[in-house]
Design a protein around this ligand. Sequence first.
Ligand SMILES: NC(=O)c1ccc[n+]([C@@H]2O[C@H](COP(=O)([O-])OP(=O)(O)OC[C@H]3O[C@@H](n4cnc5c(N)ncnc54)[C@H](OP(=O)(O)O)[C@@H]3O)[C@@H](O)[C@H]2O)c1
Length: 338
Amino acid sequence: MSLPPSSRCRFTDDLTICRILNGMWQVSGAHGAIEPDRAVEEMFVYHAAGFTTWDLADHYGPAEDFIGDFRRLFAARHGAERLSEIQAFTKWVPHPGRMTRRIVEEAIGVSLKRMGVERLDLLQFHWWDYSDESYLEALDHLAELQHEGKIHHLALTNFDTERLRVIAEHGVPIVSNQVQYSLVDRRPEARMAVFCGEHRVTLLAYGTLLGGLLSEKYLGRPEPPRAELNTASLQKYKRMIDAWGGWALFQQLLAVLKQIADKHRVSIANVGVRYVLDRPAVAGVIVGARLSVAQHIADNARVFGFELDNADHAAIEPVLAKSRDLMTLIGDCGDEYR
Ligand SMILES: NC(=O)c1ccc[n+]([C@@H]2O[C@H](COP(=O)([O-])OP(=O)(O)OC[C@H]3O[C@@H](n4cnc5c(N)ncnc54)[C@H](OP(=O)(O)O)[C@@H]3O)[C@@H](O)[C@H]2O)c1
């Protein structure tokens, strides 16, 4: 199997990615036990299929170490010259507090070492508390490290539109912001997408499959009790569905998506990913991969083989129109963390 050229996008002038990124929060331990050797071996299967781009973080358990192991094995099997085929996007999620050059440099140093790279392809920065403006100080230090060659591109995660503007005015160049974006959570469309279009910032979407709830597995099913939701991801997005409109409305959405999926001979998950990939400013959708536990490579490849038409959108919109406005309820992107 190989993915068509449409599976790739020019993320920056010098970096091309797969538009479905493999999400590694799922190896953190909060989604079931992972077998490290099998997990790293499975990374070769994703890569060979064309899913060459990984999303991870300093706090996703062994994720950064898995990238390091994968790269070492990959170089041994295929030659170090082919390592440039792999894109690994990590995050730095610091504890609140002062952001000195030493603190920032040490944190980046740990990621470089764990991932076995001399330069991070993309560093996505998270910040918990906007009332503490030392995030600008942290970004200044990150920009210095970028100039020194330790970071290729700088990015953000879970920042709202207002702070994207503050950061742009502060003068630190950012290439992307990673935010929750799905049929259920369309907040990025409210303000952020316009800002991104004007400032050459793209969006990387997560939560698009609602931890797996957006699939045939939950179609026609009664509301699952909390005990049945056995990954951190399922619990997180079930809460989002509750806020959005509840299980009955979600079932209406799944039913409509199933009809669309059948028409195109794809899956509900495919329709959900395609929908977000086609939204303005979206560069890629991150789909969580429970390496060594569950695998959806062949199904997710189908996302690149069909288009949603006007009739599909016309069927989806009336269901979404019945939902609550998450911008009013929660706030802009990332406000659920603050
Ligand atoms: N920046 C942030 O704050 C943040 C927050 C959350 C996530 N993320 C990133 O986004 C990634 C995605 O995580 P997420 O929590 O949002 O989960 P998600 O991608 O919405 O859901 C992942 C789950 O969906 C299921 N799935 C995948 N492909 C499928 C298919 N074709 N058909 C049916 N089910 C399918 C799998 O469930 P099974 O394994 O049960 O089969 C998988 O574990 C994370 O790994 C992380 O990289 C970032």
